[in-house]
Structure formats: structure tokens, C-alpha cells
Ligand binder design. Structure first.
Ligand code: 1GP
Length: 242
């Protein structure tokens, strides 16, 4: 089954976001096995600015080590990697930088034509009050996090354009995650898989966002300090059954 079809049918839950700069390959196997054993099925891989080595090489080696489905969350066409299950084709709808609305996508086409894998058109919405790396790198402003109606309209615009997934992101390491009010507003309007992340550090927070209508709550930074054990993931998965 394709990833998008599985996401459309999936029970709500959490998704691991791997920042390859923070997870050396020698630690990947144990971390991925803990996640799989706890019930994880897919992991996002990527980031807006990567400095340690080549992402395609990281993905190739990771796939060789553990059969976890990696979904590429690319920050740039330089990150395109064939050794993934699917690629989020991100339309940075909160911004007005043409490169992230159509430019990078055209640059990606020759790779995508050769690769022939699953491409998931995704309305990517940055929200928040503080500037994170992703805003600096993309030269875009986030939608203020106290404007659910604006986030909702942005998600609807992406849906009317035919996009298949919405991702609301407060940015990696955000001090405040997206609010349940924002998630409720988007869920009330758009009937497609909804990813929510940025600044989620506790299972209780993930639980509230899932109750508000998220399909997946994305957890990245919180898993990095002490790599999440099977038990830590189980805590997320058990609280996340809504
Ligand atoms: C960032 O939504 C993701 O793009 C995850 O954020 O690293 O803060 O969990 P964190």
C-alpha cells in the first residue's frame, strides 16, 4: 500500500522526525528498532539546514540497517534521496517566496522522473512567534500562532489546489507547539491527513493535539537529548490512542 493511502486510513499517532545531523548512523539501528518495536511505522527524515554529510548516503545506509519506512521531509533539492518510501513535496504555503512555492519543485523534477517513487503533495504551513532556522533559510514569515482562521484559510487553499496532506509546523525546537485551537480549525475544514509538529516535548501535549484532530504529531528534538528508548516511545503511543 502506498504511504498516502495508509495515512488516509491510519489511526492517529506520533511520527518520529529524524534529523540526520543529530543521529549518527552508528546509533540509528538501535533507535529505529526501539521505535519499530514500540509500534512506530514511518519516520520522517530531513531538516531545513543539514551540515553533516550527505543525506542520500545517510538514507541508503539506514535502509540497509533497518526496515523502517523513511519519508523524506526535504529542505532543499540537494536532499533528494532515492532510498526512501515516499517524498513530501512541500508547498510552503505560509510564505511568499516563489522558490519554495514552485522553484525548488521544478528543480526536483529530473530526480523524481528517474526515481519514479511516491510523491506526496503537502501544504506546509509554518506558524509561530519566534524565528527558527526554517524561517531564516526559506526567507519566509510564519503565520502568527494566534490566528487560527488564517491557518485554516491557508490549509483550505492548499486543499483546493489538490494537495493531499497538510503539515502545520511551529519549527524545530519551537518554544511553543501549535495550539489545539489551530489544529481544530484546520481539521474542521480539511478532510486529509494532518501532520502537526514543532516544540512537542511531552506525550500529554501530543495527546491534546491528536484529540484536536491531528493525524500525526511529529516529534523530533525531544527524541535527541537521550535517544528515545522503546519505553519512551511506548509512553507516547499509549497516550496517543484517542
Ligand atoms: C520540525 O515539526 C518538526 O519540523 C518537529 O519539531 O524538533 O521541535 O520536535 P521538533
Amino acid at each position: 500500500m502506498k504511504v498516502l493511502e495508509a495515512w488516509e486510513k491510519a489511526q492517529a499517532g506520533v511520527l518520529w522526525l529524524i534529523d540526520p545531523d543529530q543521529l549518527p548512523l552508528e546509533k540509528y539501528k538501535a533507535a529505529a528498532e526501539a521505535y519499530l518495536e514500540a509500534g512506530g511505522r514511518w519516520a520522517l527524515i530531513g531538516g531545513s539546514f543539514l551540515v553533516r554529510g550527505s543525506l542520500p548516503e545517510w538514507c541508503a545506509e539506514a535502509r540497509r540497517q533497518v526496515p523502517l519506512s523513511l519519508i523524506l521531509f526535504p529542505g532543499s533539492p540537494l536532499h533528494l534521496s532515492p532510498d526512501v518510501e515516499a517524498i513530501l513535496f512541500l508547498f510552503l504555503a505560509s510564505g511568499r517566496n516563489p522558490y519554495y512555492l514552485i522553484g525548488a519543485h521544478i528543480e526536483a523534477v529530473p530526480f523524481l522522473q528517474r526515481w519514479k517513487g511516491e510523491v506526496i503533495p503537502t501544504t506546509y504551513i509554518l506558524i509561530g512567534q519566534t524565528i527558527r532556522t526554517v524561517h531564516y533559510i526559506t526567507h519566509t514569515m510564519p503565520i502568527p500562532s494566534d490566528k487560527p482562521e488564517l491557518v485554516q484559510a491557508t490549509a483550505l487553499a492548499g486543499w483546493y489546489l489538490g494537495q493531499k496532506v497538510v503539515y502545520i509546523d511551529a519549527g524545530s525546537g519551537a518554544p511553543i507547539p501549535p495550539s489545539p485551537e489551530i489544529v481544530e480549525a484546520v481539521r474542521a475544514a480539511v478532510p486529509i491527513p494532518l501532520l502537526v509538529g514543532g516544540g512537542v516535548r511531552r506525550p500529554e501535549t501530543a495527546h491534546r493535539l491528536l484529540q484536536a484532530g491531528a493525524t500525526f504529531v511529529v516529534i523530533g528534538t525531544a527524541t535527541e537529548k537521550a535517544f528515545f528508548s522503546k519505553r519512551a516511545w511506548e509512553e507516547y503511543f499509549s497516550l496517543c490512542s484517542v
